[in-house]
Design a protein around this ligand. Structure first.
Ligand code: GYE
Length: 342
């Protein structure tokens, strides 16, 4: 009797499990590739998923445009573009979606350096090469990405520091006490880490320079202005503001003006920025910025070159830097601006 009851219960359980299986199958239809409806003959296209940081700055907009101009349908590419809105979890979701969409390549511009191991492992298992652009990741297994292309952020910081030293010497202020504040980018992003470390290396060699304070403005104008406002409240004798991107410099300029102070070559405060977008060169021409260290956002064609090489089965360089230079108010800015596209 007991045996019979156990047998009936067993059958019932099996039926329930089987039924749940059907339900699951009904709820989750076979995934379809979204772009197949949009492009005819998708096999002839190279499908690229790009997990972008966000749209926080002029640099970023120029960078996105560079990828859109490069990965065009008439050139045989289909670009799936995801704006991460400065949140890592959005980028992780985007990468998982690219994997589901069976893209041929993933381009990742990681907001911060850590926390990528698991999702990049998933891309590796799916056999999709990951190309890092602009910022870097810190992962245990370096085979989780194919290569990286971007700027030497530490060198950008060092050049800004060396420029300041030379400028102070020219101005006959080499022995003065120099009080500095820094508006940092998104904390833990490669651009922030490198620029802070690079400037620091020069700072540490100057006995008369003091870093009064540092604060993150997250690479945006609004937060840059807020941080600068708080610095102006705290310190009334700031000599130099180092901005780790142009948009924070624009915010800082607004805060300085609102506090009734001035910056730029004929003002009180020395203003240094990094990126070198058109708006920053304009601000320099208007006399509000002393020096801008260029950071080149036009990375699309370099990533395309990498993809073409991979398509041909060729080796690619693991690390590729873009060329950059600095601009200051003593240069022929009009001529410089004529040759620039961003
Ligand atoms: O400097 C800033 C942007 O990662 C180099 O990100 C990039 C930085 C750039 O928001 O403007």
């Amino acid at each position: 009797m007991r045996m019979k009851r156990a047998w009936i219960i067993g059958c019932l359980l099996l039926a329930v499990i089987a039924c749940q299986g059907c339900k699951k199958q009904q709820e989750e239809p076979e995934s379809t590739l979204l772009y197949e409806d949009e492009i005819e003959d998708s096999d002839n296209y190279i499908v690229v998923g790009f997990a972008q940081v966000g749209s926080e700055s002029d640099w970023r907009l120029a960078n996105t445009q560079s990828f859109r101009d490069t990965f065009r349908e008439d050139k045989g590419y289909y670009l799936l573009f995801e704006d991460g809105q400065q949140k890592q979890e959005n980028q992780i979701k985007a990468i998982r979606n690219f994997i589901l969409q069976e893209v041929d390549y993933i381009i990742l511009d990681p907001i911060v350096e850590t926390g990528w191991d698991a999702v990049l492992q998933e891309a590796k298992v799916a056999g999709i090469p990951v190309i890092l652009s602009d910022r870097l990741v810190e992962v245990e297994d370096s085979s989780l990405y194919t290569c990286w292309v971007g700027s030497d952020f530490e060198e950008e910081g060092r050049i800004a520091g060396r420029w300041l030293k030379a400028y102070l010497e020219e101005e006959g202020r080499a022995d003065e006490e120099i009080r500095i504040v820094t508006l940092q980018g998104t904390l833990d992003s490669s651009a922030q880490i490198g620029r802070t470390v690079g400037f620091d290396k020069i700072l540490r060699q100057q006995e008369n320079w003091t870093m009064l304070d540092r604060g993150s403005g997250d690479f945006t104008l609004t937060k840059g202005r807020e941080v600068m406002e708080s610095f102006l409240d705290l310190y009334d004798d700031i000599d130099v503001v180092v901005c780790e991107n142009d948009n924070m410099a624009f915010g800082a300029i607004e805060a300085i003006r609102a506090a009734g102070k001035t910056c730029g070559p004929s003002g009180e405060i020395i203003m240094i920025s990094i990126d070198g977008t058109r708006a920053a060169l304009d601000a320099m021409a208007e006399g509000e910025i002393h020096m801008v260290m260029e950071c080149n956002p036009l990375l699309g064609p370099m990533v395309e070159e990498i993809i073409q090489r991979l398509e041909r089965g060729e080796e690619v360089e693991r690390v590729q830097y873009v060329e950059e230079q600095y601009f200051d108010a003593s240069m022929d800015l009009e001529r410089i601006m004529e040759s620039r596209t961003y």
